[in-house]
Design a binder for this molecule. Structure first.
Ligand code: B4P
Length: 307
């Protein structure tokens, strides 16, 4: 495990966030929120995000240049602190919720690799920070070409989510149906009413490194099996975690009808970048949008089981 983050980290992130907004290092986009309680989803609507500059694709250029990597030399105005020798914590440059921060590797490591033991320890350490009162932190990792990731350098993201917001994994743990025992003896659960494949395991109060690795390995093994069962060659998935649980959902598409979905969408927090996208999500239904970008749940996988 890592040495704990300094007690002053929550003050640091708040003061850095305010100064980064004031200096223009950080673009904060106002948004509104709409609930879809019947489906346990919330939709964040941020129309001005559509104007965010999109990096030009390498193949569009006559003389191809390597794609700019914003995490190799992070902007000083966004830098928070180092975490051990291997990671830095920085503010997200394009936030729609205050205090959104990223844990990035100091050296380049690929975003399409699964989380390592050290990554999981770093994630756990960051989750301890109380950056906003009345909220808990949600960690997420978009892995692979269909996961909604836009940057190729390894980064795990953190956003504060109000305590009263119940996410799909919270419901899966409370009322979920355990899926059958996996190769390493764990019993992940799934939300009873969610038709896309996803797997959740509880995290103990003070987990050891082995507790974190065993849980991630179990969820990943289940995800890889699901991708194989659906003949998906690309290994793409979304990972999310709080102090209470870990969640993984396999992915087969980055977007549905122009609506890009990342890990936040798969745990019940979809993002609409225009009123048109909001209408489309509401008309289609958030669950159906998530099924289209994820994979349908294989029926018959569930099994009643006593923990
Ligand atoms: P990725 O894993 O590559 O992709 P992403 O989260 O889907 O973000 P994307 O960049 O596609 O943003 P989008 O318009 O969809 O993450 C890359 C991260 O690095 C992003 O957080 C990005 O903003 C950040 N970044 C890029 N350049 C940077 C730089 N120079 N310095 C520091 N950080 C940099 O969405 C906009 C934002 O809203 C994203 O941050 C996204 O994570 C967040 N978001 C999406 N859905 C949300 C929801 N429901 N609630 C709250 N936030 C949400």
């Amino acid at each position: 495990m890592f040495p704990p983050l300094p007690k002053t980290f929550p003050d640091l992130i708040r003061s850095k966030f305010n100064s980064a907004v004031d200096s223009g290092s950080l673009t904060f986009t106002e948004s509104t929120e709409e609930d879809v309680p019947a489906e346990d989803f919330r939709i964040r609507v941020a129309p001005s995000l559509a104007q965010k500059p999109v990096p030009k694709k390498v193949e569009d250029d006559a003389t191809p240049k390597p794609k700019f990597n914003p995490f190799l030399y992070p902007e000083p105005g966004l830098f928070l602190c180092d975490l051990g020798d291997r990671y830095s914590l920085i503010l997200n440059k394009f936030s729609i919720v205050p205090y959104h921060f990223l844990c990035i590797t100091k050296e380049f490591e690929p975003q399409n690799a699964p989380l390592s033991e050290e990554d999981l320890n770093a994630t756990w350490e960051c989750l301890q920070a109380n950056v906003k009162s009345g909220s808990r932190l949600l960690a997420f990792y978009n892995c692979g070409e269909f996961s909604g990731a836009s940057q190729a350098h390894k980064h795990i993201q953190f956003i504060p989510v109000p305590h009263e917001v119940k996410l799909i994994p919270d419901v899966a743990l409370a009322y979920g149906v355990p899926v059958s025992k996996d190769a390493i003896g764990q019993f992940p659960t799934s939300h009873p009413d969610v038709p896309f494949a996803h797997f959740v395991l509880p995290v103990p109060k003070s987990p050891t490194t082995e507790d974190l690795v065993m849980r991630f390995s179990s969820l990943l093994a289940r995800t890889l099996t699901t991708l194989r069962e659906h003949d998906q060659r690309s290994i793409s998935f979304n990972f999310a975690m709080t102090k209470d649980w870990m969640f993984v959902a396999p992915r087969c598409q980055e977007m549905y009808e122009g609506v890009s979905v990342n890990a936040t969408g798969m745990v019940g927090l979809l993002l609409a970048k225009s009123e048109e996208q909001l209408d489309l999500i509401k008309k289609t239904g958030p669950l159906k949008v998530a099924v289209k970008v994820g994979l349908p749940r294989i029926t018959g996988d569930e099994q009643q089981h006593d923990y």
